[in-house]
Design a protein around this ligand. Structure first.
Ligand code: IVH
Length: 671
């Protein structure tokens, strides 16, 4: 290769990179592309080819090594071409048989072929390809509108930007993004080594990964995609799901590795049982089998109930149970000081992973089940949640088992404990207990509360053990010097953490209220309080009576709030937060809840299948000042009719009541 050839290649690659970066920015950040996907792909391919030919040009920060632009501030919303529905679950073979019999009645005299597939325990996504190019990938969201997670989905190796061969004009596919079982294990091992909080299960970590705003973080996660449905399809006619699967194979999209085609209940049940044996060897978690009608014409005939299609059903496998030994009962101290017993188990393999802990809830449960330390117990794991103790093998006792007793002193600080008269809980009453402080700080900084990135379990642990924070106000007294005393904390993470802390100062009041961890006050109650009082000072001055007059606030919660704000230490804490400049509600804007002219005083009847549960649609109407009734009468202003609407729609027609389709309704909402 000549010098000049290399020089030219270098210049061209640099130019391509600049152009691609610019188009990425327009596409991903501004959501306003200026070239077609095809043109973009041509630029991209040219760069890939150049980099392949001259490997010295393949820089690490080349757009070919990454997807998209900078991390997004937030996800754009995408309206699905066809709604993403859910499935009806069953847990017994009889119910599967009944389902099939119902289908036979709905499709009299017809031969019904069904496909049985693994039910992948992942996160539902919808991908749209236009002329073979990926247009977007979106999460289910509310079934109608989801988050645009294209950048993140593109980091998954199973997902092509461009389909193989001759792809249909429009192809919308549905599937599950999953984290491999092995990848999940490794990820948690790495996180444990770094002192980061662990993910509960592969499904949660897949969901958490997809929500990351920075695709670079997602790229490092061991994710995969399995497709199990075809949505919109244009430019090609197919009649069965089986043909759909072939199409997926042809265009290079991954679908489930094993499917069964069955023509009667015996075959269906045999497939379900066989899958149960095979599924533990799959790379992803499965929690059941999905049985679905093959023919699209038959699917259409079978139709939908209000929630799910009649043409498919999910059979969930029994959660796995195994025996193990209860080695000890440990105590965890929560943020309000509650001592929660946790079972320490002889590690045992169940539902695809090794477990060493099980939940025990409280002392009462331990006594009721007569669980003793040293017992052989049976634990059950449903999905990937923390297992529960379901049985004690009393006949296997040797006499050396010990009855568990709640300690008189806190296992962390040695302070006295008190039995909560309202609850079964036992609490450590030392407000300075480091275990409580850890939990309080973690809660305050958590995503649902003040959302301070970088202030997770490991960092909180450091702050408490080094006495860098004595309460949540200590977070706002941190500086680079103090943080630099923590080992393995680099300059960059210090800057980021301080910036995140600074940002948190202007979070809305309800987040601060929730973050304070007032006993019994959750996120919803915090929102209610913020909406009612607007500022923290108004709330602090409220009497218990005044609090209780608010609809959603009960007696116990009102008393707890009143107690919290009439405590000297809490007062001092709040003053310190005020000094640090936190938003106490002054910066928040509250939309006055005015009725919508078009809805005020109207009465609605909702019928048929809609893209959202009826209760949620009813909420939308109620929030705008309308009413919702169960049956159609002359007084009905509108009938909102979804698919398969029956009697109510007919009645509306005879009474001359105005009938709206879902899209007309949505339009009315939006204007
Ligand atoms: S078919 C109308 N097939 O499970 C919905 N779904 O609990 C048709 N899922 O919403 C869905 N594996 O997100 C289908 N092989 C499979 C599946 C599957 C997992 C998910 C899907 C669905 C949910 C219902």
């Amino acid at each position: 290769m000549s010098e000049t050839e290399l020089k030219h290649a270098k210049a061209r690659a640099a130019q391509l990179r600049r152009e691609i970066e610019e188009h990425n920015r327009r596409y991903y950040e501004d959501a306003a592309p200026t070239i077609s996907d095809r043109e973009y792909d041509a630029l991209y391919r040219e760069l890939v080819e150049l980099e392949q030919k001259f490997p010295e040009l393949a820089l690490r920060d080349s757009p070919t090594q990454r997807v998209g632009g900078k991390p997004l501030e937030h996800f754009a919303q995408i309206t699905h071409r066809t709604p993403m529905l859910s499935l009806e679950n069953t847990y017994s073979e009889e119910e599967v048989v009944e389902w099939f019999q119902r289908l036979q009645k709905l499709l009299p005299g017809q031969e019904i072929t069904v496909v049985v597939e693994p039910k992948v325990d992942g996160v539902a996504v919808s991908l749209l390809f236009e002329n073979g190019a990926l247009k977007y990938a979106a999460t289910r969201g509310d079934g109608r509108v989801g988050d645009d997670v294209t950048q993140n989905v593109l980091t998954i190796r199973d997902v092509p930007r461009q389909l193989r061969g001759h792809a249909p004009r429009v192809l919308e596919v549905r599937g599950e993004v999953f984290m491999t079982k092995q990848g999940f294990k490794k990820l948690n091992e790495d996180r444990a080594a770094e002192g980061l909080p662990l993910f509960a299960n592969p499904r949660n970590s897949a969901a958490g990964s997809l929500k990351q705003l920075d695709p670079e973080t997602v790229r490092k996660r061991p994710l995969g995609l399995v497709l199990h449905g075809i949505g919109a399809l244009e430019g090609l006619e197919i009649e069965t799901y089986g043909e759909g699967l072939k199409l997926l194979d042809k265009v290079g999209l991954q679908r489930s590795e094993k499917t069964w085609t069955c023509k009667n209940v015996d075959e269906i049940l045999a497939a379900i049982r066989e899958l149960d044996k095979l599924r533990h060897d799959f790379a992803y978690e499965t929690d059941g089998a999905v049985v679905k009608v093959d023919s699209f014409t038959q699917r259409e005939k079978a139709g939908f109930t209000s929630k799910a299609p009649r043409w498919a059903i999910a059979y969930k496998y029994e959660p796995e149970r195994v025996e193990t030994k209860l080695l000890d009962i440990l105590l965890q101290v929560g943020r309000t000081g509650t001592l929660t017993p946790v079972a320490a188990l002889e590690p045992v393999f169940v539902s695809g992973s090794t477990v060493a802990r099980a939940t025990l809830h409280n002392e009462e449960e331990i006594a009721r089940k007569d669980i003793r330390i040293g017992d052989i117990i049976v634990i059950e794991k449903a999905g990937e949640v923390i297992p529960a103790v379901v049985e004690v093998k009393r006949e296997r006792r040797t006499g050396s088992e010990r009855v568990f007793k709640m300690p008189e002193r806190c296992p962390t600080c040695g302070g006295s404990v008190m039995r909560d008269p309202e609850q079964v809980a036992v609490r450590c009453i030392n407000a300075a207990c480091p275990a409580q402080l850890r939990r309080r700080l973690e809660h305050f900084a958590s995503r649902g509360a003040m959302d301070i990135e970088g202030l997770g379990e490991a960092m909180v642990d450091q702050l408490v053990s080094r006495e860098l924070a004595h309460d949540v106000s200590g977070i706002y007294k941190l500086d680079a010097e103090k943080l630099a005393t923590i080992p393995r904390t680099g300059e960059k993470s210090i800057t980021n953490l301080l910036a995140a802390i600074e940002q948190s100062k202007s979070r809305p009041l309800w987040r601060l209220l929730f973050g304070l961890g007032i006993l019994h006050v959750g996120a919803t109650a915090s929102r209610t309080l913020a909406e009612h009082f607007h500022t923290l000072d108004n709330l602090m001055n409220a009497s218990a009576d005044e609090l209780q007059r608010i609809n959603e606030i009960g007696e116990v919660m009102a008393a707890s709030i009143h107690r919290f704000f009439n405590d000297e230490q809490n007062d001092a804490l709040i003053e310190r937060l005020r000094e640090s400049g936190l938003n106490f509600g002054e910066k928040d804007k509250y939309e006055p809840k005015t009725a919508d002219e078009k809805f005020a005083g109207t009465t609605w009847v909702i019928t048929g299948t809609l893209s959202q549960p009826r209760e949620e649609i009813a909420e939308l109407i109620l929030a705008r000042g309308g009413k919702v009734a169960a049956s159609v009468s002359k007084k009905t202003s509108y009938v909102l009719a979804g698919d398969e609407a029956g009697g109510k729609l007919e009645k509306a027609k005879t009474l001359g009541v105005r009938i709206l389709s879902e899209s007309e309704f949505r339009e009315m909402l939006n204007h």
